[in-house]
Design a protein around this ligand. Structure first.
Ligand SMILES: Nc1ncnc2c1ncn2[C@@H]1O[C@H](COP(=O)(O)OP(=O)(O)O)[C@@H](O)[C@H]1O
Ligand SMILES: [Mg+2]
Length: 263
């Protein structure tokens, strides 16, 4: 029995799936024309795990997230979610998008819908929840992210931090199996960053499976089990946050950290 789980000694410990795999990327490659943006990506995210993805601009972090809910197709390799390959189209793809929610840097709320409608719509359209029930769920989620008093306003009437919390509530309303965050605090004024990170830490504590592209070290240390460092389309290093931030093993990670720590 023990033999069957003996991993290749060349595989980094953190890359060995030890828990209950929810998202599994295997040998994933992606090009934009002649640009090779994802190179042989192997990544397993276990149920309930929080993985922070970090790396220089242009290293492929956003593309990685976007392939996981098929906002981008891949050229080779496989991606499975809960054991199922990502569906190419149709209803199965819509279901996948509900299962794997995404929170973007730019919030992406519907500008002409109220906050409550933003969190209600997807439930009714994609999940066929009855409108009255959807509104109840939306109100609960807005309470959970601390913006219940903004429910009747339009996104433009909210601060960036409030809008991003609404975007998180909207993603949660779909009852996702996992959430992807692509630099969720990069567009925010500094004083609003923590109100968003606190909500995300709360989700992590509640056991949500999360892939979070962020350079917020405090979040990584508080909430992540693992940091994945990307450079030029490759996963160069993956380890626990403390080790990554204090003793990264690759030269490229050391170089990157020296830049983000001294600015
Ligand atoms: N739709 C696209 N078409 C062409 N090139 C793209 C597209 N999206 C991203 N790229 C390029 O792919 C590389 C990786 O981009 P991205 O995944 O956004 O990196 P990151 O999020 O780490 O900054 C960059 O060189 C970027 O310019
Ligand atoms: Mg990006």
């Amino acid at each position: 029995m023990a033999d069957s789980v003996t991993a290749d000694p060349a595989t980094p410990v953190a890359a060995r799936p030890t828990g209950d795999p929810l998202l599994v990327l295997s040998g994933v490659n992606k090009h934009f024309g002649s640009l090779h943006v994802l190179r042989d990506i192997d990544l397993t995210v276990n149920r309930g795990e929080v993985v922070v993805v970090i790396g220089p601009s242009g290293s492929g972090k956003s593309t990685l997230c976007r392939t996981i809910n098929r906002l981008e197709t891949i050229d080779s390799g496989t991606i499975t979610i809960d054991g199922e390959p990502i569906p190419a189209e149709g209803r199965a793809l819509a279901r996948l998008r509900a299962d794997v929610g995404m929170v973007f840097q730019s919030f992406n709320l519907f500008a002409h819908k109220t906050v409550l409608e933003n969190v209600t719509l997807g439930q009714v359209k994609a999940k066929k929840v009855k409108p009255a029930q959807a509104r109840l769920t939306a109100a609960e989620l807005l309470e959970r992210v601390g913006v219940a008093d903004q429910a009747q306003k339009y996104p433009a009437q909210l601060s960036g931090g409030q809008q991003q919390r609404v975007a998180i509530a909207r993603a949660l309303a779909m009852k996702p199996k996992a959430l992807l965050f692509d630099e969720p605090t990069s567009a925010l004024d500094p004083e609003m960053i923590n109100e968003v990170l606190d909500v995300m830490v709360g989700l992590a504590r509640d056991g949500m499976t999360m892939v979070v592209v962020t350079h917020e070290m405090g979040f990584a240390r508080r909430a992540a089990q693992r940091v994945v460092f990307m450079d030029a389309g490759r996963i160069v290093e993956e380890t626990d946050p403390e080790t990554f931030f204090t003793a990264p093993s690759s030269e490229r990670a050391r170089d990157f950290l020296s830049k983000i720590l001294t600015h």
